[in-house]
Design a protein around this ligand. Structure first.
Ligand code: PLP
Length: 349
């Protein structure tokens, strides 16, 4: 079989959730962000593992994602929708008991007219200018909305992965100004905000990337292994080149392994000539360009031709790979393609 295997350690995800939960005090609840198919790792399986670990509040970007998570979890846990209540979502929100985080007066009107007794939260803009009600908008409706008992007042930090950035304190002050005295549960922090310290924790945190082993949660347990099968290995004479554009040329007799996976699987073409694959603990550099379905790797220094090589493993985290590609771990995860065989490991699987 030439399908590559993505092994996802559900125990490590659960342990990362517990570790993030321990960073906040008892009064602060720890939610779980499982948007974009749990960052590409499988929203249903991941949400079930986290629910077993104790998570009771889940966040997704879209109502459709919320529907999938509800199907996996059954009734009970709260499933919140960051994009709020969009036209066409009413039936799903109502039937599947999803909780929209309302972002604007338009959404608020739509929600209160269509589902007057249905739970909702409010997203506030404290400076990121992406989603949520502006301070003046909120000031105009807070008195009408607060008696309707929103489930949550939330906002999102723009620079939480840079602890020294002045934007953090500015957004914290804005969040206080917009929510102090409301007596509604509050949430400001994702993974980065949890690490900024207790004044950022409020009543509920919303970690995503830290659950999946990514920075800025440096203490995370690794979650993934991506293993690519070797389709064939060949010997090259000095002067022979490899792959599209002939960008790699053998200077000495060389052994090249061709593995099955490429940029169609989310292994970014920007990694051409830069990425390293691993034969156990031995690094093997990519030789030449990454193609759609195949990658060529210099394995001259190995004792035997390898049967498979790892691209993501404890020796090479998603963030190490991301920095080679000039991107972030989030993009490496969410680019992982649909062709992999996803294997779930750990006692939870
Ligand atoms: C994606 C997202 C999160 C999770 O962020 P991480 O950095 O992955 O922990 C939390 N809140 C909102 C609003 C988000 O969009």
């Amino acid at each position: 079989m030439s399908t590559a295997t993505l092994t996802i350690d559900l125990d490590a995800i659960a342990e990362n959730w517990r570790a993030l939960d321990r960073l906040t005090d008892q009064a602060t609840q720890t939610g779980a962000v499982v948007k974009a198919d749990a960052y590409g790792l499988g929203a249903g399986r991941v949400a079930r593992a986290l629910a077993r670990a104790g998570a009771r509040r889940f966040f997704v970007a879209l109502a459709e994602e919320g529907a999938e998570v509800r199907q996996a979890l059954g009734p009970g846990p709260q499933i919140c929708i960051f994009s709020g209540h969009m036209a066409g979502d009413t039936e799903m929100i109502g039937d599947l008991d999803l909780t929209p985080m309302l972002n604007s007066l338009d959404q608020m009107t739509r929600h209160l007219e269509a589902l007057p007794d249905h739970p909702f939260g409010i997203q506030l803009d404290t400076g990121m200018n992406r989603l949520g009600m502006e301070p003046d908008e909120w000031a105009a409706v807070a008195e009408i909305v607060l008696p309707l008992k929103p489930e949550l007042l939330m906002s999102h930090l723009a620079c939480a992965d840079e602890p020294g950035h002045p934007m953090n304190a500015r957004q914290l002050a804005n969040f206080h100004a917009m929510t102090d005295g409301t007596n509604v549960p509050r949430s400001l922090s994702a993974t980065g905000g949890i690490l900024l310290g207790p004044q950022y924790h409020f009543d509920l945190t919303r970690p995503g990337i830290g659950l999946y082993g990514g920075m800025p949660f440096a203490a995370a347990r690794p979650v993934l292994r991506l293993t690519l099968p070797v389709v064939q290995t060949r010997m090259l004479e000095p002067g022979e080149s490899v792959g599209y554009g002939c960008t790699w040329t053998a200077e000495h007799p060389a052994s090249i392994a061709t593995v099955s996976a490429g940029y169609a699987d989310g292994i970014l073409r920007a990694l051409s000539g830069r990425a390293t694959l691993w034969a156990g603990e031995t690094p093997c550099p990519v030789a030449g360009r990454i193609s759609m379905d195949l990658i060529t790797v210099d394995v001259t220094h190995l004792d035997e031709p390898p049967r498979e090589l790892d691209l993501i493993c404890p020796e090479q985290t998603i963030d190490a790979l991301a920095s080679e590609a000039g991107t972030i771990g989030y993009e490496i995860l969410t680019s992982l393609g649909p062709r992999y065989t996803r294997r779930y490991g750990g006692a939870q699987a």
